[in-house]
Design a binder for this molecule. Structure first.
Ligand SMILES: [Zn+2]
Length: 189
């Protein structure tokens, strides 16, 4: 796997704005970044292996801060059209609005599933754990796939910050950030 953050290699001529020469990119770094914040998702979680009070179900108002990157802008001059991110907002609502977040290997998962069946909770399991770090990684992978598909590889996710309150957050930096593969630059999408 080529390492990210290497520079674009022209293939064969670099092209300039308005041309459509194919250029092969190897994780080329962003020229532009934009940010989008989604705030105040009411949810709760527990850390089953924590020696202390985080093993108890407790809740926060979570917020998510996405940073997007691109080398070229779209025809409106955007890194990513936030109006096109309805699928991301819908996913955040489904995962974090009045939900109980649990680790996939929570030893009490079956017990919590009984409560869910009785109507007491809406459970969502987290592939990298319920913490801010694991949440940021999961959302980074989800949103990176989404925006690359949306923009035919023009745009990607640089990083995601997951915040549980005013004081605590974690940031996941995308190891796959950058532009990959062959792009026809100058053709705005
Ligand atoms: Zn805690």
């Amino acid at each position: 796997m080529p390492s990210p953050h290497t520079h674009a290699v022209s293939d064969p001529s670099p092209g300039h704005h308005g041309d459509s020469h194919p250029i092969r990119f190897h994780g080329a770094a962003a020229a532009y970044v934009s940010t989008k914040r989604y705030t105040d998702f009411s949810c709760c979680h527990r850390q089953p292996s924590h020696i202390g009070h985080c093993a108890f179900v407790h809740g926060y108002s979570r917020s998510f801060f996405f940073t997007f990157g691109a080398i070229e802008l779209d025809r409106c001059g955007f890194v990513v059209d936030f109006g096109g991110l309805k699928e991301l907002k819908a996913y955040l609502d489904d995962m974090f609005d009045h939900t109980l977040l649990l680790n996939e290997d929570d030893p009490l998962l079956d017990k919590f599933r009984e409560l869910e069946a009785a109507g007491a909770a809406k459970i969502r399991t987290m592939p990298y754990g319920v913490g801010m770090e694991g949440t940021a990684r999961h959302l980074c992978e989800y949103a990176d796939k989404l925006v690359r598909e949306m923009t035919k590889g023009r745009c990607w996710v640089e990083s995601v910050e997951s915040r549980e309150n005013e004081k605590n957050s974690a940031i996941y930096t995308n190891p796959q950030a950058g532009m990959w593969g062959i792009q026809h630059t100058g053709v705005l999408r």
